[in-house]
Write a protein that binds this ligand. Sequence first.
Ligand code: GDP
Ligand code: IMO
Ligand code: MG
Length: 439
Amino acid sequence: MPATVVVGLQWGDEGKGKTTDLLAESVSHVVRYQGGDNAGHTIVIGDEVFKLHLVPSGVLYPHIVPVIGNGVVVNPQTLLDEMAMLAQRGIDTTRVRVSAAAHVTMPYHVALDRAMEARRGGGNIGTTNRGIGPTYADRAARTGIRMGDLLDPPAIRAALERILPEKNALMVGVHGAQPMELEPLLERAVAWGDALRAHITDTTGLVQAALAAGDHVLLEGAQGALLDLDHGTYPYVTSSNPVAGGACTGGGVGPLQIDQVIGVMKAYATRVGSGPFPTELGDPIGTYLLEKGREFGTTTGRRRRCGWFDAVPLRYAVAVNSVSSIMLNKLDILSGLPEVRLGVAYRLDGELVDRWPLSLAELERVEPVFETFPGWDEDLGGVRRLADLPAAARAFIDTLEARAGVPIAIVSVGPERTQTIVRTERPARSGASWGAVAT
Ligand code: GDP
Ligand code: IMO
Ligand code: MG
């Protein structure tokens, strides 16, 4: 039975929260498979706005089991605070499940992330300062603490006795920061284990049992393909694999259990933090997108850098994720612009190229080449049928779709759950396809 992956195709903040929430209606489990509380996923239902960092976006439906998979790095304090916020707003969080194999972001990871960024000075990555890189580094170095360990106080003590002297040597010797004491850390970790005991489990077993029972599982990615550790603009990336393949390693599904990959993108581009961004706009149009699109980070409140949609990395992102169809968000934000542009190629050292350069040095040298479209003025917030969109907006969608090479199955025209144009059938438990476009 089918598993569907929702994956960002740009530099994050494409509207994955809205997409996941929309698709979650007809599935049984929503599984986050990578990233940590660096993510910020927004869901708007009527007048209510929910900003989620760790809890999967399906949590708002009472029939969903929200699962935090083994590939996620979990700051237990963020998770507890988020579950408390949801409970206070009347959302049942007793169903939330967290993988015992997910790695714990400890206070020393957060401190090291900050210290390392400060040392990088002007050449920093612009991380979210949530300790994501140091947590994944410890996972790879096999010096991490896992959520299951929090349930075993003697095991955490032994782990901290081994790990902490090394972290303190780094904190004090290299970064000139304060050391951390073992006993208070141990106390916090044991308290986290006690508070999360009912939620920590074997989530791979859970997901496999759901699939075996014929349930439809949705896997929710964080960040986006261009922030992928392997496929993104390294080193200006995050430390995990947001691409759809990450759903296998981090979500507990096998490759052949995935039958659909929904790529999420918005009608223009944004990037938070440092790194190349060929179609970035440093002019009033960039400010227009920033302000109208409310492009301020959900997690850090930072201004997002804004620019035109870049179709050059689109094909690449579609390919490395095996995208079967696309949800295009924030089309409404482009209303009111005299013209709309689309990056279609680069000029690199005098040559015209349409491939996505993997070399950072090349990416930093490229000049974008644009295709220009007439703009439109109509407010799109109330449009529910493709045929009711202005012709200029439809022409823009058609070009994006042709360049992606896969159908744009859903178009979003506002943040609210219902501000959505669905061009195909909804997925059903029977596994009905999102692939065919019916306009
Ligand atoms: P995510 O990280 O991919 O889930 O995206 P974020 O939640 O960080 O950022 C997307 C923002 O755009 C959120 O504030 C959403 O409420 C909002 N949003 C999503 N889709 C639309 C849309 O079609 N139109 C508008 N105006 N806002 C949208
Ligand atoms: P969602 O899931 C946008 C960016 C940071 C920084 C880089 C590395 O909401 O789309 P990290 O803290 O992960 O080590 O930072 O990645 N970044 C995001 N940008 N959306 C996100 O998540 C992001 N998560 C991390 O700004 O450039
Ligand atoms: Mg976000």
